[in-house]
Design a binder for this molecule. Structure first.
Ligand SMILES: O=C([C@H](O)CO)[C@H](O)[C@H](O)COP(=O)(O)O
Length: 426
């Protein structure tokens, strides 16, 4: 039977144990103490998992790169059945790890993460005596769109080793991995960041055990990205960008309206509304006009501009400046994000430029950058990094969904995150 390995990539030991309990109840077989968990809690977490789950395989994801024997010994003596060593390590590290594993009654899993030629390296480690490898795309690499399935396809016919596969698996991709030839599916985020861990593990179990061929609906990166940006919040995105990207002093003027689209930028001056209004004529569905006006007390956008934007089906407008005719704008329910609302307008002199680099709300915006706005504010995502940021913000969103459940079930936020332990020491 195919094994499901739940990867406990959290840093709080108590959360790890309760997530593991729910995942095992849903059908997970192997329990992985993830690398971040081991770094946070040390070998104690292996002991704790061993004690709590006497009948499950416990894997210590040590990702050892040197001193193979000592690290395997530590993990095995703490109760691990399987210990990971990096395929990128020298051969001697792997042979030392194998000898130590034999001595202390554990198995070595060699992790092919970041190895340029996984097939060749897998054959080399097999020749060293390894019988279990992990075809793995790490979490950071997943965010740029890499998947382990293509690597798995290349490897299966080339080796007789047992093969695990890891890297952002979901029920659909876990099923595909099994059809391709995987013996163990390693699933982290999909299970551990779920608001129903047990159900998510059960979804993987069902997909893995099913003989039906599932055809994956392939979406373009752009479709996937827009779907994610619509699902997550600007707060999630700002977290994913390490707190960068948020516009200052600009807020939603039509509460409850969310926008996701590409920037058509306008630089204008002191209430001059010619260029902003001309920009509407070259924009369409999915576009967001982003305007720098340099004056927050003279309006350069009002009811007539809004009506034109509605007619051309624009996604919204973001204005580092002021808007007027607010009663009309409200009636049209068109998403307007602005710095201010005033009654007085400027003149259409025609100063400024369309589709140039601008600064709006203290953030640099280029034409085509992704703009997301909601009731918390507006964030700018540079187009070159948009896919990666979308994927990362989805992880933030999932992680918070799980935390919401834990808090509803009696934990406090400080308790769930072990805040006292993680207060900064410098
Ligand atoms: O090994 C892993 C990663 O390098 C972090 O330690 C993960 O456990 C593995 O990738 C599975 O997790 P997901 O990719 O989130 O499914």
């Amino acid at each position: 039977m195919i094994k499901i390995q739940v990867a406990l990539d959290v840093i709080e030991p108590d959360r790890a144990v309760s997530i593991a309990e729910e995942a095992v109840a849903g059908g997970a077989d192997w329990i992985e103490a993830g690398t971040p968990l081991i770094k946070s809690a040390g070998m104690e977490i292996i002991r704790k998992l061993r004690e709590t789950f006497p009948d499950n395989i416990i894997l210590a994801d040590m990702k050892t790169m040197d001193v193979g024997a000592a690290e395997v010994e530590m993990a095995a003596k703490s109760g691990a059945d399987v210990v990971t060593i990096l395929a990128a390590a020298e051969d001697v590290v792997i042979t030392q790890a194998l000898m130590s594993a034999e001595k202390y009654g554990a198995r070595v899993m060699v992790d092919l993460i970041s190895v340029p030629d996984p097939v060749t390296r897998a054959k080399e480690v097999e020749a060293l005596g390894v019988d279990l490898v992990n075809v793995h795309v790490g979490i950071d690499a997943q965010m740029t769109g890499e998947s382990p399935i293509d690597k798995l396809k290349k490897l299966v016919s080339e080796t007789g080793m047992e093969i695990a596969v890891a890297g952002g698996l979901t029920p659909e991709t876990a099923h595909e991995a099994v059809l391709t030839g995987a013996d163990i599916v390693v699933v982290g985020s999909y299970i551990i960041n779920s608001d129903n861990v047990r159900q998510s593990a059960a979804n993987v179990r069902k997909a893995v055990d099913s003989n039906e061929k599932i055809t994956l609906k392939k979406k373009s990166a752009e479709e996937e990205m827009v779907e994610i940006f619509n699902r997550v919040s600007t707060s999630n995105i700002s977290d994913a960008m390490h707190r960068k990207g948020a516009m200052q002093g600009i807020s939603s003027k039509i509460p409850g309206k969310k926008i996701v689209g590409k920037a058509v930028t306008v630089r204008s001056f002191g209430g001059d509304w010619a260029k902003p209004v001309e920009a509407i004529d070259i924009s369409g569905p999915g576009d967001i006009i982003v305007i720098y006006n340099g004056n927050r007390d003279i309006a350069m956008w009002g009811g007539l501009a809004t009506q034109t934007a509605v007619s051309r089906k624009l996604e919204g407008v973001v204005i580092d400046g002021a808007v007027r005719d607010f009663d009309e704008v409200q009636k049209m329910n068109f998403p307007v994000f602005a710095a201010n609302i005033v009654p007085n307008a400027g003149d259409p002199k025609g100063l400024g430029e369309i589709n140039v680099e601008i600064v709006c709300g203290n953030q640099t915006v280029h034409p085509g950058d992704y703009i997301i706005g909601d009731d918390s504010g507006v964030v700018v995502v540079p187009k070159e990094r948009a896919y990666e940021i979308a994927r990362r913000s989805e992880e933030v969103w999932k992680h918070e969904k799980r935390l919401f459940e834990e808090i509803k079930n009696g934990k406090t936020l400080a308790g769930a995150l072990d805040l006292l332990k993680w207060e900064t020491q410098k």
